[in-house]
Design a binder for this molecule. Structure first.
Ligand SMILES: [Zn+2]
Length: 262
C-alpha cells in the first residue's frame, strides 16, 4: 500500500530545482563566479558546469553531489573539475568514481594539465562518461539529454527532465543550435547571452546576443527564460531588457545563490 503521509507525498511530487552557483560570462567578478549550477530533484543532485571557484561555492557538501555534467573544455566552464579531483582524491578517505558526463575533449584537456603520474588517479577519481550529440543518460531521478551546440569547440547543451518538468541549458552557443531538441516547451530555459545589440554584428559568432536568446526562447515555446553567461563589463539589466523585447515577456537573470523551482 502506498505511503500517503504528507511527507512522502511531498517527497514524491517535489519539482526540479535550479540553484545558481555562478553565472558570469568568460571570466569571474567578485561574488560572481563563471558557469555553475546545481540541478536537484528530491535527493538527486547534479553539479552542471564547473567554472573556477565554484567547487568551494557548492551549496551542498561535495559528497552529496551524485554526478557532474560539464558542457565543454573552455576554462570558464571546466577548470574546477581539477579542484574537484584534488578535493575528492587528496583527503584522508578519498572518494573515487564520481560520475562526470562531458565531451571527450574535456577529458583530454584535463589529462594534459595533470602530471603523467596522476593520470590514473584523475580517471579513478572522476569516472568520465563521454557524451555526444543525441546521447541521453539517467542520473538518479533526472533524465538528461545532450545536443551539440554552435560553439568553437565540442560543446553540449543539456535538457533535464523529471516529474513532467523540463529545464533546458544552452551552454555556450551561437544561434545555429538544434534548439528544438534542447529547449522546445521548456518550463525554464537557462540561456547564454554573451553580447548585446543587434544580432549578427558580434565579433565572435559562437555566442548569442540577449535579443537572440529571447527570440529563440519565444520560438521554442519556453515558458520562462533566464539569462546567464553575461560578462562583467556589460550592464546585465540592459541584457534583460533586450531579451524581454524579443521574448515579449519578463526575463530572469541568473544570480549566484538564487534558487528556483520549475
Ligand atoms: Zn565556451
Amino acid at each position: 500500500m502506498a505511503d500517503r503521509s504528507p511527507g512522502a507525498l511531498t517527497l514524491t511530487l517535489d519539482r526540479v530545482r535550479l540553484i545558481v552557483i555562478g553565472s558570469s560570462g568568460t571570466f569571474p567578478a567578485p561574488g560572481r563566479p563563471t558557469a555553475a549550477f546545481l540541478v536537484q530533484q528530491n535527493s538527486t543532485r547534479v553539479w552542471c558546469d564547473a567554472g573556477p571557484g565554484t567547487f568551494a561555492a557548492l551549496p551542498v557538501e561535495p559528497d552529496m553531489i551524485d554526478a557532474i555534467v560539464v558542457s565543454h573544455q573552455h576554462p570558464d566552464h571546466c577548470l574546477d573539475l581539477l579542484t574537484a579531483f584534488h578535493a575528492y582524491r587528496f583527503r584522508p578517505e578519498p572518494r573515487y568514481g564520481v560520475p562526470v558526463y562531458c565531451p571527450q575533449s574535456v577529458v583530454d584537456r584535463l589529462l594534459e594539465f595533470v602530471e603523467a603520474a596522476d593520470d590514473s588517479e584523475l580517471v579513478r577519481t572522476l569516472a568520465f562518461h563521454p557524451v555526444n550529440d543525441g546521447d541521453a543518460v539517467q542520473i538518479g531521478e533526472l533524465s538528461v539529454s545532450f545536443a551539440t551546440t554552435d560553439h568553437s569547440v565540442p560543446t553540449v547543451a543539456s535538457r533535464w527532465e523529471a516529474n513532467g518538468k523540463v529545464l533546458a541549458y544552452s551552454a555556450d552557443t551561437g544561434p545555429a543550435g538544434d534548439w528544438m531538441r534542447v529547449a522546445s516547451d521548456a518550463d525554464l530555459f537557462l540561456c547564454e547571452a554573451s553580447y548585446q545589440g543587434p544580432a549578427g554584428e558580434s565579433a565572435y559568432p559562437h555566442h548569442l546576443t540577449a535579443g537572440e536568446a529571447g527570440a529563440i526562447a519565444r520560438r521554442m515555446g519556453a515558458r520562462h527564460l533566464m539569462l546567464t553567461h553575461i560578462p562583467p563589463y556589460l550592464d546585465a539589466t540592459q541584457s534583460v531588457a533586450e531579451a524581454e523585447a524579443t521574448f515579449d515577456r519578463p526575463v530572469e537573470l541568473a544570480v549566484p545563490g538564487a534558487s528556483r523551482k520549475l
